[in-house]
Design a protein. Structure first.
Length: 318
């Protein structure tokens, strides 16, 4: 009987001694029989390393690589990718879990279409003691690079699996990002490969009020989104069209307004207004391929005006 393809799940961790065992246990409990758990301890100062080693001593499927310093989540993900040996590579944050049939369903999806380079699913989000709810369900699949550029997102890292060979083309995670690294990575995947979707939630994201969650720093999140959009601006404009870029600039300005930085928002809104006016005056039609994703121009205009008015109100009060 042929041995099933090996699947590696990379778990980056930093100071999560009480949580990382739960994440590891969810991977070891998979119904799929051939699993490698690659834990990368990014220089933890607590007992995370000891917690992982205690599990590894009793289960050879668990491997640990330890950074001597804290280099950040992206560096830890890159280390995991470098050391993993699986045919397919998935990811799990150290405070999250995978459902027992996660890997089995992902491998089955890959096997259904040899052209697929990546597969993603949906996820549950659990806030404190509340019941888990399904996160916003995205629906893109196939060769969807323009649509992914327009949407600005494809999958969270904990719900995507990639053929390891794909890293030869997509490279690894950009260490200049402290957030939106999942979006940046998914843009590269969608650019080069066909993407498959499993339309069900197969992982659980726990939001337990941890002080070190990178997405909870809203200013850093706003700055990261702006950096992410600027990095991909040329291809957004070329392949998804100016309407998609206006949509992203509007969102970026709103994020800065939410953290009380009207000056950053003003600069973005100036660029957004200029692009909107040039687009309308030139008579460029919205791209049909992304029409169902990007708001129509009437809505974009309303959003732009609302952000400008909000920005002016904040500046007036100051």
């Amino acid at each position: 009987m042929q041995t099933p393809d090996l699947v590696t799940i990379v778990i980056p961790t930093y100071n999560r001694e009480t949580l990382v065992p739960r994440a590891i246990a969810s991977v070891l409990a998979q119904s799929y029989p051939n699993i490698e758990v690659m834990v990368v301890d990014d220089g933890s100062r607590d007992h995370s390393t000891e917690a992982v080693l205690a599990i590894a001593e009793s289960d050879s499927r668990v491997r640990l690589v330890r950074h001597t310093s804290n280099y950040g989540q992206n560096a830890a993900l890159n280390t995991g990718i470098c050391f993993c040996t699986g045919t397919y590579v998935g990811f799990c944050d150290s405070d999250d879990t995978l459902l027992p049939d996660f890997v089995e369903k992902f491998v089955s999806k890959f096997q259904s279409d040899s052209e697929l380079g990546a597969v993603y699913s949906r996820k549950f989000v659990k806030l404190g003691h509340r019941e888990p709810v399904v996160a916003v369900p995205f629906t893109l699949e196939g060769h969807v690079y323009p649509q992914t550029l327009a949407q600005g997102h494809l999958s969270h890292m904990g719900t995507i699996m990639v053929k390891r060979e794909c890293f030869k083309r997509t490279r690894v995670f950009d260490i200049n990002f402290t957030n939106h690294q999942d979006d940046d990575f998914c843009f590269l995947v969608a650019k080069h490969y066909k993407v498959g979707l499993i339309p069900e939630a197969l992982a659980i994201e726990f939001n337990e009020g941890l002080a070190d969650r990178v997405t909870d720093n809203r200013l850093d999140y706003a700055q990261g989104f702006r950096r992410f959009i600027i990095k991909h601006a040329d291809e957004i404009l070329e392949l998804a069209g100016p309407d998609a870029m206006i949509h992203h600039l509007n969102k970026s300005a709103r994020l800065f307004l939410e953290v009380g930085d009207p000056h950053a928002a003003t600069r973005l809104l100036t660029d957004c207004t200029d692009l909107f006016n040039k687009t309308v005056q030139s008579g460029v039609a919205p791209l049909e391929a992304v029409a169902s994703i990007v708001p129509n121009r009437s809505v974009l205009r309303e959003q732009l005006i609302a952000n400008v008015e909000r920005c002016n109100a904040i500046l007036t009060r100051k």
